[in-house]
Design a protein around this ligand. Structure first.
Ligand code: NAD
Ligand code: G6P
Ligand code: MN
Length: 444
């Protein structure tokens, strides 16, 4: 008989929780569950999703023992995997990350630039907390972590919890690969990539099918015209108007360095003025507002309806296609599948001309001991220089966190390609300290 697994979802109140649960149920033949728990430090928020999912599981998967809790011991005892997607400060703080920089003429974004730096300072504390709970109550377990900003979180894990079984992952490489697969008329699982970069900061150097046919040129030609905009929607997560704009903008990113296919997030570093101008057109309505009125509302409305009806019949939560990545990863570890996946790992030579101690995003072979990076060779000076600037920002943020250093935070913001000067960086920093309050360590 196939082993059955116990999973806790940390950030149980996340807008992505129902999608992940539906995806887990959909994959129960490949990854069978015995227990499924939700954990959150906001009982009220999680309670709505917990109550609804309890009804849904009773109807659709009564064999899975389901519970939800705010008690760490209950949550983290007897688990094989923690699938984490917490947002420290929730949407209220994401909104500030997006709006505070705008006051200083700089765009605000969830994971990039000053917004991402501010979020990083909040996230580290929350991540260390759940890692420590997991290690206390289930020392053998793995954490598969989606919580952002993944680049800074991954660097913090490297420095502060080097031996912990935490894998930081991002769905953007898989999400974009789904678009590429559509461009060339293949299934995503038929394609294999070479890729190098940092999280939300990378390039594809090869996209081949299993027979070895290369599609890079064909996809580049398409992206040069359309960006990653595709006809049929392949990705339920990235379809709002602002995301369509982002997929389209890949065209202009490609134009700067046409040999490789860019990650869409590079728009924030190569076209910051364009992003800021766009945001200034409606500074009171940012992506956080779009998500609160969209995904968050839909998910919580659905949950409330299920609770009201006492049944999930006829009320569907969408299966989160993007989240299947997390099941593939859990399977790779649990069954030693040696699947090839793009992951965030310590460089150690994977990118030959880049520091060993940088957290980079590269294809890896994943098995029972986690990921083994595939070497990507030397990268060109343009990408190398951009990456070195950005990775140094990420390292400075973690150093600032550890040393509680105002100076290093000022340097991090000053060095970010998104901030025009040390003067603006300082004004921004003082504002961010004020707005983040207790969520940040006190800097001096
Ligand atoms: P959300 O605000 O809806 O959910 C986050 C939940 O985390 C909230 O219920 C909150 O109460 C909880 N939380 C906050 N701090 C906590 C702590 N210390 N312990 C336990 N729970 C805590 O956010 P969302 O939009 O669903 O996104 C969740 C996270 O997933 C974010 O960090 C987001 O950036 C990330 N994400 C990452 C990727 C990726 O590519 N890595 C993809 C999608 C989402
Ligand atoms: C992509 C990124 C994630 C990010 C998300 C934001 O999936 O890889 O890291 O959190 O987009 O999406 P949202 O819909 O919340 O703006
Ligand atoms: Mn991501």
């Amino acid at each position: 008989m196939m082993k059955k697994f116990s999973v806790v979802i940390a950030g149980g109140g996340s807008t992505f929780t129902p999608g992940i649960v539906m995806m887990l149920l959909d994959n129960s033949d490949r990854f069978p569950l015995r227990k499924l728990k939700l954990y959150d430090n906001d009982g009220d928020r999680q309670g709505i999703l917990g109550e609804a999912l309890e009804i849904l599981l009773r109807e659709q998967a009564p064999e899975v023992e389901f519970s939800y809790t705010t008690d760490p011991e209950e949550a983290f005892s007897d688990i094989d995997f923690c699938m984490a997607h917490i947002r420290v400060g929730k949407y209220a703080m994401r909104e500030k990350d997006e709006k505070v920089p705008l006051r200083h003429g700089v765009f605000g974004q969830e994971t990039c630039g000053p917004g991402g730096i501010a979020y990083g300072m909040r996230s580290i504390t929350g991540m260390l907390e759940i890692i420590d709970y997991m290690e206390k109550y289930s020392p053998e377990a793995w954490m598969l972590n989606y919580s952002n900003p993944a680049a800074i979180v991954a660097e913090a894990c490297r420095v502060l919890r080097p031996d912990s079984k935490v894998l930081n992952i991002c769905d953007m490489p898989v999400g974009t690969l789904r678009r590429m697969s559509q461009i060339v008329g293949k299934k995503p699982e038929e394609l294999e990539v070479r890729y190098f970069g940092l999280n939300h900061f990378g390039w594809w150097t090869s996209v081949k099918d299993k027979e070895g046919n290369e599609y890079l040129d064909q996809i580049r030609a398409y992206v040069a015209e359309n960006g990653y905009l595709t006809q049929i929607e392949v990705d339920t997560q990235h379809t709002d108007p602002s995301w369509q704009e982002t997929h389209k903008k890949a065209k202009d990113i490609l134009a700067v360095a046409p040999e490789y296919l860019p990650n869409t997030y590079l728009k924030y570093y190569l076209y910051p003025d364009y992003v800021t101008d766009h945001m200034q057109e409606h500074p009171e309505y940012t992506r956080a507002n779009e998500v609160m009125a969209g995904r968050e509302k839909t998910v919580f409305d659905h949950a409330k309806k299920i609770i009201e009806n006492g049944s999930a019949e006829g009320i569907a939560f969408e299966i989160d296609a993007h989240a299947s990545f997390i099941v593939d990863l859990a399977r790779a570890i649990a069954y030693n599948t040696h699947e090839r996946m793009v992951m965030i790992v310590e460089n150690n030579g994977a990118i030959a001309n880049f520091p060993d101690d940088a957290m980079v995003e590269v294809p890896c072979i994943v098995g029972v001991d986690g990921p083994e990076a595939l070497t990507q060779g030397n990268i060109p000076a343009f990408q190398q220089a951009l990456m070195f600037q950005q990775v140094t920002v990420e390292k400075l943020v973690v150093e600032a966190y550890v040393e509680k250093s105002y100076q290093k935070m000022w340097q991090a913001l000053t060095l970010s390609k998104t901030v025009p000067s040390a003067q603006v960086a300082k004004e921004l920093l003082d504002d961010l300290i004020e707005e983040n309050g207790e969520f940040w360590p006190e800097l001096s």
